[in-house]
Design a protein around this ligand. Structure first.
Ligand code: GAR
Length: 204
């Protein structure tokens, strides 16, 4: 990465277990980020309490306070500029970013998704894989492009679905993989080992 290092913004709307896994890796110096902030759009989200406990700055921006998505995103962009953010990690952020936002931060927005993309896109990926009786599913960390749950794949890990699994046990397995895979993808980005070639991520 650049000589000035990475200032990371984690965007989250809900529970925040991936946010906590990322913050833990930063505190353990496994992720060498210069600074971390949380951007959240939901005032009551548990992730806000997690951030406060970890002494991470919270930027709360509610969509309802703006008449258009463009104004909502402009308010976010202003804050990102204030904090010189150069990497965004979407971690259960339940909003779709516009094409112009994606363009502004092209290849600097990551997302985690609980399936082996392109399989099981959407908001209920774990349940969908389970109900589909797939033999396996997994976790994907990818750069975000203009489509939903789409873009160059950084890391993927398969998770087997056994006959003994319930939806709850599968969710547990997926989340524990997520909490390792996301910090690792961010670590690779910061170490400058990710290159994009012909729309694919290569590691040097
Ligand atoms: C995670 O499982 C993440 O993969 C998923 O939301 C969950 C957030 O959990 N994201 C998506 O489904 C994106 N399409 P968390 O709030 O505990 O980090």
């Amino acid at each position: 990465m650049s000589k000035t290092g990475v200032n990371l913004a984690v965007f989250a709307s809900g529970f925040g277990s991936n946010f906590s896994a990322i913050v833990k890796a930063v505190k353990q110096n496994k992720i060498k980020a210069k600074s971390v902030i949380l951007v959240c759009d939901k005032p009551g989200a548990l992730v806000i309490k997690r951030a406060q406990k970890a002494k991470i700055r919270v930027i709360l921006i509610r969509r309802e306070d703006f008449t258009s998505r463009a104004d909502f995103e402009e308010a976010i962009i202003q804050r990102l500029r204030n904090y010189k953010i150069n990497l965004i990690a979407l971690a259960g952020f339940m909003r779709i970013l516009s094409a112009s936002f994606v363009k502004l931060y092209r290849n600097r927005i990551m997302n985690i998704h609980p399936s082996l993309l392109p399989d099981f896109k959407g908001a209920c990926a774990i349940k969908d894989a389970f109900n589909h009786q797939a033999a396996s599913t997994g976790v994907t960390v990818h750069f975000v492009d203009e489509e939903v749950d789409s873009g160059p794949i950084i890391l993927q890990q398969e998770v087997a679905i056994t006959k003994k699994d319930t939806l709850v046990s599968l969710e547990k397995k997926i989340h524990s993989v997520e909490h390792k895979l996301y910090p690792e993808a961010i670590r690779l980005f910061i170490s400058g080992k990710l290159r994009l070639k012909d729309g694919r991520v290569c590691r040097s």
